[in-house]
Design a protein around this ligand. Structure first.
Ligand SMILES: Cc1cc2nc3c(=O)[nH]c(=O)nc-3n(C[C@H](O)[C@H](O)[C@H](O)COP(=O)(O)O)c2cc1C
Length: 191
């Protein structure tokens, strides 16, 4: 009995040590080496909004990073039926986290399961960490981009100048909401 208890304690110490071992270095967005189309479109990302006590995350492969209103920004697109939408609506910040190929399963899971029904942190083994603004990122992430929401609006169907996109992407008229976030902090995992 005692032995079992100590083994459990050791296991949690090991997890804790591992968490402390991981360090992130802040870089300027201008130092980012990744090709953004590949980074978002092929590698995919998690969009997370909320605090460590109450947050949700989902996989996304649409979005961008650029320069707007004289500041570096990231923009993301979320359909209103996503559970994450409730968080991007109520929160002032969101994070984008990027992972190594070995963690693809986490992205597959968070892109096919809703946080409305399961705790994705528990199911994936993601280890949440907090920024100074109390936003959530993950120990497993190789790159973190923290954003402050500065603009959001729905894609306006009247705005399309081609039929192809609305017909193919929005047959149910469930237009994405676009969020533009001012980039506050970029972290890269050192080890
Ligand atoms: C590769 C990939 C990319 C996705 N990109 C987006 C996206 O950009 N916007 C979006 O609204 N949903 C996107 N999704 C769907 C959501 O990730 C998915 O519906 C998820 O289960 C929503 O989780 P939630 O209900 O917990 O928010 C994507 C899914 C995958 C697998």
């Amino acid at each position: 009995m005692k032995k079992g208890f100590f083994l459990i304690l050791l296991f949690f110490n090991f997890l804790n040590m591992n968490a402390q071992d991981t360090t992130f270095k802040e870089i300027s967005i201008r130092e980012l080496q990744d090709n953004v189309v590949k980074l978002i479109g092929d590698d995919w990302m998690l969009i997370t909004a909320g605090s460590i006590d109450s947050c949700n995350m989902m996989t996304a492969s649409w979005g961008g990073i650029g320069n707007l209103w004289n500041t570096p920004v990231a923009f993301i697109f979320i359909r209103p039926q996503r559970y994450t939408y409730q968080f991007t609506e109520s929160e002032n910040y969101f994070t984008l986290t990027f992972f190594e190929e070995k963690d693809r399963e986490i992205l597959n899971f968070c892109g096919s399961t809703s946080g409305k029904y399961v705790n994705k942190i528990e199911k994936t083994g993601l280890i949440p960490l907090e920024t100074e603004h109390k936003n959530v990122y993950y120990k497993q992430a190789r790159l973190v981009i923290e954003c402050e929401k500065v603009y959001s609006d729905f894609i306006d169907p009247q705005g399309f100048t081609t039929k192809e996109i609305p017909e193919n992407i929005y047959p149910k008229n469930d237009f994405h909401k676009m969020y533009i976030g001012k980039i506050l902090k970029v972290l890269v995992r050192e080890k």
